[in-house]
Design a protein around this ligand. Structure first.
Ligand SMILES: [Mg+2]
Length: 135
């Protein structure tokens, strides 16, 4: 396998048996996640705010949460804390447009397992999801 093969291999995934909860309030970002994840065959649950994320997490068996932090009604930090109370074993990957120092620490303190800075590159997204879903 060449180096370029191994770099690109994470872009090809079959997560047909996985459920991913995507928490995102901005339509253009949803379109990106939909395009990126559709070919993995994962079941995608969509939440547009923190409150809806908690309700969906409680009512479904979820394998991974992709959590925007800037959300209406309830922010992603609060929603992550609640989700971790319900089930601490499910990975929560934060995604944020904020590049302020201390943001990552704030994420980890809320219980997030990992952190993606927007704009998210496809390769980074797939590498990070693979780390948690391909176990
Ligand atoms: Mg947002």
């Amino acid at each position: 396998m060449s180096v370029s093969d191994s770099i690109n291999s994470s872009l090809i995934q079959n997560w047909g048996d996985k459920v991913i909860l995507v928490v995102e309030d901005v339509d253009t970002n949803k379109i990106f996640f939909d395009a990126a994840l559709r070919k993995t065959k994962a079941t995608i649950l969509w939440a547009k705010d923190g409150k809806e994320a908690i309700d969906l997490f409680r009512d479904n068996v979820v394998d991974l949460v992709l959590m925007d932090l800037q959300l209406p009604i309830m922010d992603g930090y609060t929603a992550t804390r609640e989700i971790k109370v319900i089930n601490a074993d499910i990975p929560v990957i934060a995604q944020t447009a904020h590049v302020m120092s201390g943001e990552r620490e704030k994420c980890m303190e809320a219980g997030c397992d990992d952190y993606l800075a927007k704009p998210i590159r496809l390769q980074i997204l797939m590498d990070t999801l693979s780390k948690y879903l391909n176990k």
